[in-house]
Design a protein around this ligand. Structure first.
Ligand code: ACO
Length: 437
C-alpha cells in the first residue's frame, strides 16, 4: 500500500454548505516512482461526497508496478524497460516473462519458460466441439469471447485464485493457448481443418503455421514475417489500465476465475474505440478508396456534426506519437520490403493520410497522432491475416498484460471494484396503480 508523502496534502474546500458553512477536507497525496502525484479521495464518501470522473480521465483505479506511460512525452516502459529497446532486442515470450515476473529472465529461466509455454499450446480436444456451435460466418472475436471463457470449464484443477501455483499455471495456459484458439477461430471461418501446434516452432511462427498451414502440404514460415508477428504481439503485450485491462481487473475484483476475466477483457477490446480500431482502420482505408477522397474524409473527421473519426488516430493517454506506432511503422517497412509490395496502394494511402493529418491544424491542436493500430492492420493485411482477425491478434498479444495485471491485483489486498454515480433520475415517489395512470 502506498505511503502518503510527508508534509504534503491536498485540501478540498467546499463552500456554501446547507448553513452557508465552508468545509475543508484534507486528502493524502502519494508519489509514484514515475508520473504525477496522486490524491487519495477514498475517504470522501465518509464525508458525504463522491467524485465525478466519467471515463476515469483523472482517476487512478489501482497501484501497479508493471507498465508506465508518459503520454505527453510518448514514453512506454514495461517494468522500467523502454518499448523501443524491447522491440529491438527482446522477444515476445521474454516480455511475457518480464511482465509476469517483474525482472528479465536469465538464459536458463527463459529457456524453461519458453519450453513451458510451448508444451501448453494444445487445447483439450473437446474444445473443438464449441466451434461447431457457431455459424460459419461468426466474427472470430465472438468465438474468442466464448471459447476463452469456456476454458474455465476445462481447468478445475487450477481455479483457486488464492493459490500462486494455480495462478502461474493459468498464466502459462492462457499465453500458450491463445494463438491456438485464435488460429482455430480463423480456420473455422474458412471451413478448413484445425492445425495442431508444432513444438519445433517459435511462438510467432507457430501462430502463422496454424493460421496458414494445411494438412495437405508443408508450410514454410517466412522468418521475416515471423519476426514481424512476434514484434506485433510484443507491441501489444500491455498498456497499463486501458479499457480491456480495467475490465479484467474489475471482473477479477469479484473473485471471478481468470479465464472468465480474460474473456471479459476480450469483449472490452472488441470495440472500435479500443482494439477494434485496427480492423476499423482497414475498413476506413477501403471506404476512402483513393487519394482523391482523402481531403473529403479529413474534412469529415474535423466536422463536429459528422460522427466519422480518423481511425488509428488519437489516444486517451498519448498526446504525442505513440511509441509503438513508430516501431510498427518500421516493421511495416520490413514486411513490405520482404513481400516486395512497397507500392501497395493501401500503404501509400495510409502514409498520405498520416502526412496530411500530422500537418493539419485540427489534428495538431488536438494532439492527435497515429496510434498503434494505424499501421498494425496494414502489416497484418500484407501478411495475409484477414481483417476480422486483426483484433484477435491484438487480444492474443495483450493476454500476458491482462494476466499479469490480474495476478498483481489478486496477489495484493484489493477491494471489489464498485464505482458510484451522480444520480439524476426521479426522486422517491409513490407507485401509481395501473388504472390510475
Ligand atoms: N478523428 C477526429 N477527431 C478526433 C479523433 C479522431 N480519430 N480522436 C479524437 N478526436 C477529437 C474529438 O472529436 C474531440 O474533439 P473536441 O474536443 O472538439 O470534442 C477531441 O479530439 C478529444 O477526443 P476524445 O474522444 O474526447 O478523446 P478520448 O481520450 O476520449 O478518446 C480515442 C480517445 C477513443 C482513442 C479517440 O481518439 C478515437 O476515437 N480515436 C479513433 C479510434 C482509435 O484509433 N482507437 C484506438 C485507440 S488505441 C488502442 O486502443 C489500442
Amino acid at each position: 500500500m502506498a505511503t502518503p508523502i510527508a508534509n504534503r496534502t491536498a485540501k478540498l474546500t467546499i463552500e456554501g454548505g446547507p448553513d452557508g458553512e465552508t468545509e475543508t477536507i484534507e486528502l493524502p497525496l502519494y508519489a509514484g516512482t514515475e508520473g504525477p502525484d496522486v490524491i487519495d479521495i477514498g475517504k470522501l464518501t465518509a464525508q458525504g461526497f463522491f467524485t465525478y470522473d466519467p471515463g476515469f480521465v483523472s482517476t487512478a483505479a489501482c497501484e501497479s508496478s508493471i507498465t508506465f506511460i508518459d503520454g505527453d512525452a510518448g514514453i512506454l516502459l514495461h517494468r522500467g524497460y523502454p518499448i523501443e529497446q524491447l522491440a529491438e532486442q527482446s522477444t515476445y515470450l521474454e516480455l511475457c516473462y518480464l511482465l509476469l515476473n517483474g525482472e528479465l529472465p536469465s538464459a536458463q529461466n527463459l529457456d524453461e519458460f519458453v519450453k513451458t509455454i510451448t508444451r501448453h499450446t494444445m487445447v483439450h480436444d473437446q474444445l473443438r466441439n464449441f466451434f461447431n456451435g457457431f455459424r460459419a460466418d461468426a466474427h472470430p472475436m465472438a468465438i474468442m469471447c466464448g471459447v476463452v471463457g469456456a476454458l474455465s470449464a476445462f481447468y478445475h484443477d487450477s481455479l483457486d485464485i488464492d493459490d500462486p501455483s494455480h495462478r502461474l499455471i493459468t498464466a502459462h495456459r492462457l499465453i500458450a493457448k491463445m494463438p491456438t484458439l485464435a488460429a482455430m477461430s480463423h480456420k473455422f471461418s474458412q471451413g478448413q481443418p484445425f492445425m495442431y501446434p508444432r513444438n519445433d516452432l517459435d511462438y510467432a511462427s507457430n501462430f502463422l503455421y496454424m493460421m496458414f498451414g494445411s494438412p495437405c502440404e508443408d508450410y514454410e514460415v517466412n522468418p521475416v514475417l515471423a519476426r514481424a508477428m512476434d514484434r506485433i504481439f510484443l507491441l501489444h503485450a500491455d498498456h497499463e489500465q486501458n479499457a480491456s485491462t480495467s475490465t479484467v481487473r474489475l471482473a477479477g475484483s469479484t473473485g471471478a476465475n481468470p479465464f472468465a476475466c480474460i474473456a471479459a477483457g476480450i469483449a472490452a477490446l472488441w470495440g472500435p474505440a479500443h482494439g477494434g480500431a485496427n480492423e476499423a482502420v482497414l475498413n476506413m482505408l477501403s471506404e476512402i478508396g483513393s487519394f482523391k477522397n482523402i481531403d473529403k474524409y479529413i474534412a469529415k473527421a474535423k466536422d463536429k456534426d459528422d460522427p466519422f473519426r480518423l481511425m488509428g488516430f488519437g489516444h486517451r493517454v498519448y498526446k504525442n506519437y505513440d511509441p509503438r506506432a513508430k516501431v510498427m511503422q518500421q516493421t511495416c517497412k520490413e514486411v513490405f520490403e520482404e513481400l516486395g509490395v512497397e507500392d501497395d496502394p493501401m500503404l501509400k494511402m495510409a502514409q498520405r493520410l498520416e502526412k496530411i493529418a500530422l500537418e493539419d491544424e485540427y489534428f495538431v491542436e488536438k494532439r492527435l497522432y497515429p496510434n498503434v493500430d494505424f499501421y498494425s492492420g496494414i502489416i497484418l493485411k500484407a501478411m495475409g491475416i484477414p481483417v476480422d482477425m486483426f483484433t484477435v491478434v491484438f487480444a492474443t498479444g495483450r493476454t500476458p498484460g491482462w494476466i499479469a495485471q490480474w495476478n498483481e491485483m489478486v496477489s495484493s489486498s484489493y477491494k471489489i471494484g464498485r464505482p458510484r454515480q451522480l444520480y439524476n433520475g426521479p426522486s422517491a415517489r409513490d407507485y401509481v396503480a395501473i388504472d390510475q395512470r
